[in-house]
Design a protein around this ligand. Structure first.
Ligand code: SF4
Length: 470
C-alpha cells in the first residue's frame, strides 16, 4: 500500500525531474513576472538565451505603476527610474514572447491578485515568481513560492529549478470564527503565536473547520502572509470552494478538460494518515479582530489588548525588538490599542485588495464620513471595474477616501503613495517594518473591516462595536 502523503508531498513528487539526494530538479508549471524581473531578463540576454516556454509565464506591471492618472500611460509615472523599469518590463516581455498585462491593460493588477483571478493559478501546479508573497497562490492548492533573480533566470531558461525539500507544518484551526473576525485576523493570530521565524524551512498546510469554510479570498489572505511566518509556502487543499472560484475563469480548463482537471484535483488533499513534521493547533473561539502594535507582523494582539511591556518579555531578542518597536511606533507599555489615534487609512494590496475585501470595508463605511484621510487601491483593474459596477467606489468617495487605480504603490511607498513621518496608518497590507509605508510612517496591520472602522472613528476600533455585534 502506498505511503500516505500530504498535499505538498503529492505535488512535489509529481514534479521531480531529477533527484540528487540532497536536492531535486523540480519542474515549474507556471511562472509570474513583474517589473522586478529585469535582472533575470538581463542575465538571459547576456548569455544570448531565450525564455524556454514563454506561454508558461504571465507578466503584469504592478510594482512601479502609479495609482493616479493612469490614463496618461507612461507619462503618469513621475519618477524617471520607475518609468524606465516599466518600459524595460514591456520591452522584455515582448522580446521574449511572454503575454503581458501592461499598466493600462484591463486585466492588469498586482501579480498575486491576477494569477488566481485569471485562473492562471490552479491546484496541483508548481508556481514561481520573483516575489516573496508568491505564497498567496497556495490558497488554490498549488505549491507556489518566491524566488530570487538568479533562480528566476533558471526558471525562464529551463522551466526547472534545483530545490531542497522543505519540511511540512500543519496549522489547524477548528471551531467557528466570531463576527468581525476574518482571514486577516486568523493569519495575524497565527504569526503572533508561532513568530516570524516560526515556519522557517516549512511549507504550511492550513487545515480545520475554519479554512474549510473560508472563502477563497480569505484563504488567499492567509496564504499571502505565510511568508511573514518564515514559511516557504502556504497551502489549502482544493475543494468545492476552489472549483467554484476557478470555473469559467479565462485560463481555467473548459468542457471535458474541466471535468478531467477537477477529477485530478480531487485526488490532491492530504491522505487521512499522512504525517507532518510539525503540528500547530488554534481554536477559532480564541480569535478576535487583531492588529499589530509593533514593527513586525508577530507583534500583533487582539484589538481589546494593551501595548505590552518589553521588560516582561523573557526572550531577550523579542524584548530588544519590542523596545525598538515601541520607540519607532511612539507607544508606551500599557496603552490600550483602542486609544491609538489614526492619521491615515489604506485599503488595498495583494493581501486585502480583493472584491470581498472592498465589499466588507464599504459595508462598514456605507453612508458615513471618514474622520481621517485615506486611499483605496483595488488589487487589480478587473476588481476596480467590478467594484465600480457595484457602486463601491461611490461609498468610498462619499466617505471621503480616495479611489485609486491598482498597483503596489501604497504598500511599498512608491510614486508618492507614502505616509508622512510620525503618522499612524491603519493598513490592510502585510508588512509593518520601519519605513515600509514611508520614512517614519507607523503602520498598524489589520483587516479591511477594521481599517474601515478606524477610518470612521479616527482611532483603532473594534469593528464589532460599530457593527453592533452583527
Ligand atoms: S502589494 Fe505589496 S506585498 Fe503585495 S506584491 Fe505588491 S509590494 Fe509586494
Amino acid at each position: 500500500m502506498p505511503k500516505p502523503q500530504t498535499l505538498f508531498e503529492k505535488i512535489w513528487s509529481q514534479h521531480v525531474v531529477l533527484d540528487k539526494g540532497n536536492e531535486v530538479l523540480l519542474y515549474i508549471d507556471r511562472n509570474l513576472v513583474h517589473e522586478g524581473a529585469f535582472h533575470a531578463f538581463g542575465a538571459l540576454a547576456k548569455e544570448g538565451r531565450k525564455v524556454r516556454r514563454p506561454r508558461q509565464s504571465l507578466a503584469t506591471a504592478d510594482h512601479y505603476v502609479p495609482t493616479l492618472n493612469r490614463e496618461r500611460g507612461l507619462d503618469s509615472v513621475v519618477d524617471a527610474d520607475a518609468r524606465e523599469m516599466i518600459r524595460l518590463f514591456e520591452y522584455n516581455a515582448e522580446q521574449q514572447g511572454i503575454y503581458s498585462l501592461g499598466m493600462n491593460h484591463p486585466q492588469q493588477g498586482i501579480v498575486h491578485v491576477i494569477g488566481p483571478e485569471l485562473g492562471f493559478t490552479q491546484p496541483g501546479i508548481t508556481m514561481t515568481c520573483g516575489d516573496s508573497h508568491t505564497s498567496t497562490h497556495g490558497a488554490l492548492g498549488a505549491y507556489a513560492f518566491g524566488i530570487g533573480a538568479s533562480q528566476l533566470k533558471q526558471v525562464l531558461a529551463t522551466q526547472c529549478l534545483w530545490q531542497k525539500k522543505p519540511k511540512t507544518l500543519r496549522v489547524t484551526v477548528n471551531g467557528v470564527l466570531g463576527a468581525g473576525v476574518s482571514g486577516k485576523d486568523v493569519i495575524l493570530s497565527i504569526i503572533a503565536h508561532i513568530g516570524t521565524a516560526g515556519a522557517t524551512g516549512y511549507v504550511i498546510e492550513y487545515a480545520g473547520e475554519v479554512f474549510r469554510s473560508m472563502s477563497m479570498e480569505g484563504r488567499l489572505t492567509v496564504c499571502n502572509m505565510s511568508i511573514e511566518a518564515g514559511a516557504r509556502a502556504g497551502m489549502v487543499a482544493p475543494d468545492d470552494i476552489t472549483f467554484d472560484y476557478l470555473k469559467d475563469r479565462p485560463y481555467a480548463p473548459k468542457g471535458v478538460q474541466w471535468d478531467a482537471a477537477v477529477a485530478q484535483w480531487q485526488s490532491l488533499p492530504t491522505d487521512p494518515n499522512a504525517s507532518f513534521d510539525r503540528e500547530v493547533c488554534l481554536d477559532a473561539s480564541d480569535l478576535e479582530p487583531t492588529v499589530t502594535w509593533g514593527t513586525s507582523p508577530e507583534e500583533a494582539l487582539p484589538v481589546s489588548g494593551v501595548v505590552p511591556d518589553p521588560q516582561k518579555m523573557t526572550d531577550p531578542n523579542r524584548r530588544l525588538h519590542a523596545q525598538s518597536a515601541l520607540r519607532y511606533m511612539g507607544l508606551t507599555p500599557g496603552m490600550s490599542l483602542k486609544q491609538l489615534k489614526i492619521d491615515r487609512v489604506f485599503i488595498g494590496t495583494c493581501t486585502n485588495g480583493r472584491l470581498e475585501d472592498l465589499r466588507v470595508a464599504a459595508s462598514v463605511l456605507l453612508g458615513q464620513k471618514a474622520k481621517v484621510p485615506g486611499w483605496v487601491s483595488p488589487g487589480s483593474s478587473t476588481i476596480k471595474q467590478q467594484a465600480e459596477a457595484e457602486g463601491l467606489d461611490q461609498v468610498f468617495l462619499q466617505a471621503g477616501l480616495e479611489w485609486r487605480a491598482s498597483g503596489c504603490s501604497g504598500c511599498a511607498a512608491m510614486n508618492g503613495d507614502f505616509v508622512p513621518a510620525g503618522l499612524r496608518v491603519a493598513s490592510t497590507s502585510n508588512r509593518n517594518f520601519e519605513g515600509r509605508q514611508g520614512k517614519g510612517a507607523r503602520t498598524h496591520l489589520m483587516s479591511p473591516a477594521m481599517a474601515a472602522a478606524a477610518a470612521l472613528t479616527g482611532y483603532i476600533t473594534d469593528v464589532r462595536e460599530i457593527l453592533g455585534g452583527s
